[in-house]
Design a binder for this molecule. Sequence first.
Ligand code: NAP
Length: 396
Amino acid sequence: MTQALKQHLIDPEICIRCHTCEMTCPIGAIQHNDDNVVVDPDACNFCMDCIPVCPTGSIDEWRVVAQHYSLDDQFGWEELPEQEAINTLSSDAGAEAMDPVVVALLNEAHKGAGGKSRAPKSAAKPAINMYTIKAPATATVQGNFRLTAEGSDTDTRHIILNFEGQTFPVLEGQTIGIIPPGSNTAGNANLPRLYSVSSPRDGERPNFGNVSLTVKRETHGLASNFICDLQAGDTVQVTGPFGSTFLLPEDPDARLLMICTGTGSAPMRAFTMRRERIVGKKPGGMTMIFGARAPEELPYFGPLKKLPVDLLQTHMVFSRLPGTPKEYVQDRMMVERKSIAELLTDNKTYIYVCGLRGMEEGVEKTFNSIAESVGTSWAELRDTMLEQGRYHVETY
Ligand code: NAP
């Protein structure tokens, strides 16, 4: 019987090349080339440290193989190979003669196949990985505007980049990489940092080839300080675009429920602007629950307040208002449980969760109790929504 080996892989179609797994792997088993981030089969010991840090789930791919896919194989992939048929793993026997350990491995390899995020069926086809670390695009900074109130501790900025004639097609929900100049302490060139585009596909200003980002200055943050200090006219090296699942349905009747914290609002802004330009007002079409510490720290607070409810039903919730109890997005979901339950029953509803990793658990629990209150199993509904490209989570 041919020996069967378990192999850890990364889905190149879904990976957004944030390199978090690579930075997390304690034994250096994750590497990248110009195109892909891959796992070295000779080094990976299945410690699983990289699994929870991946924002997209692209890291959670497994195959049982007769022979490992090499690093070179993986560097060349544009998509993952299918799991090999069981009888190709066994030289002279059918599945029934397979070693039970191998069968168990195969089952494990298939586990979760339906649990991954998928693009909405009607989403436009995204371009991915057009510009790489070795061959990035060059963008010129067109504007850099502070979004948070002067004097507030949080410095979040709206950055507009212009690609001036270079083709850089992005869809709402995709990310791009910004390469901070210089190198790290080991002397290696800095890796790109990923940011969601916050403008719609036809640009911040329609058809002017510009893309906007929403970037918060982090204390000691290499890339965020570089970006937040950029001046109009400066140039930056850009990779991407990345991401093929956290996308907008093209169906004008789709209803969006967007739940975000802080700069996790970036893709929601892109979604909202796209829908405003293409679909226009549609009562109940878009709902957003947006959490920040205070109004002065909520990106796009002023413009959001002005949007008509027929376009976007906005719930802004604040966690650090003096004299007011802390409110998180999941608390407001509970307050709005009736309308959320109604959304959950509509198969035109698409849910997007984006922002702090910590919000994920609270949001999940709240969906669970809202679904339960109307006699629905959230676990089952979520799996169906994932399968149909209607449930999307991107948290860091
Ligand atoms: P933040 O200002 O630190 O937090 C936003 C709000 O979330 C605050 O009110 C905070 O409350 C609250 N919060 C904290 N823990 C929570 C929890 N467990 N459940 C629910 N709410 C919670 O946010 P931020 O620094 O802007 O972070 C946004 C995140 O989005 C980052 O992780 C970023 O990487 C990610 N992201 C950014 C982009 C982008 O393009 N820039 C795109 C996608 C995702 P308290 O602090 O008062 O507890």
